[in-house]
Design a protein around this ligand. Structure first.
Ligand SMILES: [Fe+2]
Length: 327
């Protein structure tokens, strides 16, 4: 291994490089000699890592419903107090949502906040940031004053950005409360109470498309993504950008029934949490887990929400660094 990064240099193509010859302790270091003569040395810290590795990054997603008080942090604390920042990041990891208050609202504030948090912005065809504010000729429902049903953004990607930052820059509107729901909690209950519907949603591919005259996103995948152990590790849901299921799909009728069941549950007040964002308020979500929406608002008032996307893996990496898990 190269000592600086611990990257593996030996290739396992040669049988002699993967055939054990002997092992011995050299003080506290475990030394393994392979038939090729290559020597592997495992100091205690590396051995401990090997023991801990199976649990590293295992999901700690704590399910929640309408009774949940969402974690919240004041933005200045994130940068003034490292333990407060770590607590906030862990809350975002575990609950999939974190409210932030006291942010700047100038035109650069959204990008600056993400940069200061060390979360690189995922840039898509609709820009580095995406504005949701009322315009005369809305491109989509987010630019109208209509209620926005629960959804995940950019469902028409094979891998939609897994984190989202929703930053209110101004809000003088009446109504327009933000709504979030824990998709994992809803899916857990669906799986218990309607297992056939759950299976269909995790097995049948369906397409989503978001586009404009000069921009195109299109992707096909099941709405529910399962890990190798069968656990739920992702949901995509965007009724507004859902493409019709092909008529050749043999389970088309049952799939739409399952989709309707999921839709009803995602909007059930037993699961949803609503709150109002004033200017300078924001929230971050694990967007492969937590869906967001908003209630309708009075079109007379200014309401300007700015979105930015990021990869949740980068948040997990920052937590590892702060916890000292990463060497
Ligand atoms: Fe959205």
């Amino acid at each position: 291994m190269l000592p600086a990064l611990g990257e593996r240099r030996v290739m396992l193509g040669d049988a002699q490089d993967r055939t054990f010859a002997s092992a011995m302790w050299d003080g506290a270091i475990c030394q393994v000699v392979w038939q090729s003569g290559h020597v592997s040395r495992y100091p205690p810290a590396l051995l401990q890592e090997l023991v801990a590795a199976p649990q590293r990054r295992r999901s700690v997603a704590q399910r929640w419903d309408s009774a949940q008080v969402l974690p919240v942090v004041e933005a200045p604390m994130l940068f003034a107090d490292e333990s407060a920042r770590l607590d906030a990041m862990r809350a975002l990891r575990d609950f999939g949502v974190l409210r932030v208050r006291g942010l700047d609202v100038d035109d650069e504030a959204t990008v600056r906040f993400m940069r200061d948090l060390r979360l690189p912005i995922w840039e898509g065809p609709f820009g580095v940031t995406v504005d949701a504010k009322l315009v005369a000729e809305p491109f989509n429902v987010s630019e109208s004053s209509e209620a926005l049903p629960m959804h995940t953004d950019l469902a028409g990607y094979a891998w939609p950005p897994s984190g989202q930052f929703l930053h209110m820059l101004s809000n003088e509107a009446t109504g327009g409360d933000s709504v979030v729901v824990d998709g994992f909690q809803v899916l857990d209950h669906l799986r218990e109470e309607a297992p056939e519907a759950f299976d269909l949603l995790s097995e049948v591919e369906v397409a989503h498309r978001l586009f404009s005259p000069d921009r195109e996103t299109y992707g096909r995948a099941p709405l529910v993504r399962l890990g190798l152990d069968g656990s739920v590790i992702g949901i995509r849901f965007s009724n507004q950008t859902l493409e019709p299921l092909p008529l050749e799909e043999p389970r088309i009728g049952a799939w739409y029934e399952a989709y309707a069941e999921l839709t009803q549950r995602l909007h059930d007040e037993r699961y949803t949490v609503s709150f109002r964002l004033e200017a300078g308020d924001a929230y971050l979500i694990h967007s492969h887990r937590v869906l967001h929406g908003r209630s309708a608002f009075d079109a007379a008032g200014i309401r300007h929400l700015r979105d930015a996307y990021f990869e949740f893996d980068n948040l997990l990496g920052l937590i590892d660094l702060m916890e000292g898990v990463a060497r």
